[in-house]
Design a protein around this ligand. Structure first.
Ligand SMILES: C[S@@+](CC[C@H](N)C(=O)[O-])C[C@H]1O[C@@H](n2cnc3c(N)ncnc32)[C@H](O)[C@@H]1O
Length: 328
């Protein structure tokens, strides 16, 4: 349905969460097993080591894409010390479920009105985490925030770390290369730009200006989810750092972008979120994609059926929607 967006679901300011919770098939500690046997979606806390141990068992991931709350506007703001201590716990948990040769990407914000925290403190904390720092990527958001008296904030930071020597495949943008007039001498011969590269397009570097931020006019939009990442950004990460069949993980599923990127690119995914509403949205996003090929709900929402139809909403409260769930 068009023009039927949900408000931000992390802010419990309305009764909307209470109306949605009965339609969520996972409670804390429960796992949804993909009927096609590829993925797991769970409801749990990234800092809970025993939950992680049971969820992963002997499985190890080749890639973790992590998008934690940034301690800025989302959630109640903790002290920076508490936030970094919490981050260290989930980073250690993440280390424990990665393979010896693996990659970790972390999306993080920097509060320009408060000494750019938590970015600096997080980077310092990572120096003793066992991960090796590899790249500091900036993605450009088309719509920023700010005032007339400061530079508009349009950046989104993405940190890239590795363990061992993981797979890495160069990725290309859709931006055509400048083909002529850019010369370089190689072995005494003057070469044109096109002779030296493998693609007609520009390589993705550590500044991403070519990806579209998610907003309500895009099909992939999932209203109610804050800080939703562009599917193409997560697909770029997945394609760069894994091969088909690899296991990928995301401890902060949100709208389920990493799960969808894995499904579309033939990777397996174990993902979870501490909020049952976001785990339900994550499962529904995959189910909708499989049924229709759609990547989101644009300006509609994942609970339209229940919210718009009172009698069906009542039915859903009593009838299980789940395929297979188990408690861990
Ligand atoms: C920034 S959003 C993730 C957005 C996601 N990357 C996307 O594209 O939609 C952060 C998510 O982390 C979840 N979260 C917050 N604290 C958590 C915790 N301790 N463990 C697991 N998930 C948590 C929130 O419920 C929220 O859905």
């Amino acid at each position: 349905m068009l023009q039927n967006p949900l408000p931000r679901l992390d802010r419990d300011t309305s009764d909307i969460r209470q109306r949605l919770l009965p339609h969520c098939r996972l409670k804390q500690g429960e796992v949804w097993h993909d009927p096609e046997g590829k993925h797991l979606v769970a409801c749990g806390d990234a800092s809970d080591q025993s939950f992680l141990r049971e969820l992963f068992g002997d499985s190890r991931a080749a890639l973790a894409v992590q998008d934690p709350p940034y301690n800025l506007v989302a959630f109640e703001t903790r002290s920076i010390e508490e936030y970094i201590a919490w981050s260290r716990v989930w980073v250690d948990n993440c280390h424990s479920i990665l393979t010896d040769d693996s990659s970790l990407y972390v999306w993080l914000g920097a509060d320009q009105n408060n000494h750019f925290q938590p970015l600096g403190q997080f980077i310092t904390m990572m120096a003793t985490s066992g991960f090796r720092s590899r790249s500091f990527i900036t993605m450009r958001n088309q719509r920023g925030y700010g005032t007339q008296s400061n530079w508009m904030a349009v950046r989104q930071e993405l940190l890239y770390y590795t363990l061992g020597h993981p797979f890495f495949q160069v990725q290309y943008t859709d931006i055509p290369k400048i083909l002529r007039g850019y010369y370089k001498d190689i072995d005494g011969h003057r070469t044109e730009n096109i002779q030296r590269g493998r693609s007609m397009n520009i390589r993705a570097g550590n500044v991403w200006v070519d990806l579209q931020q998610v907003f309500y006019r895009l099909q992939e939009n999932v209203s109610g989810c804050y800080a939703q990442k562009p599917l193409r950004a997560i697909e770029r990460i997945v394609l760069a750092s894994t091969v088909e069949g690899d296991l990928v993980t995301d401890f902060f599923a949100g709208s389920g972008t990493t799960l969808l990127a894995c499904e579309r690119n033939h990777r397996r995914c174990i993902t979870f979120d501490s909020d049952p509403i976001f785990t339900e949205i994550t499962i529904r996003r995959l189910e909708q994609f499989r049924a229709t090929g759609k990547t989101g709900w644009q300006s509609g929402n994942p609970f339209e059926h229940e919210l718009c139809n009172a009698s069906s909403a009542l039915q859903s409260q009593t009838a299980p929607i789940a395929t297979t769930t188990e408690v861990i």
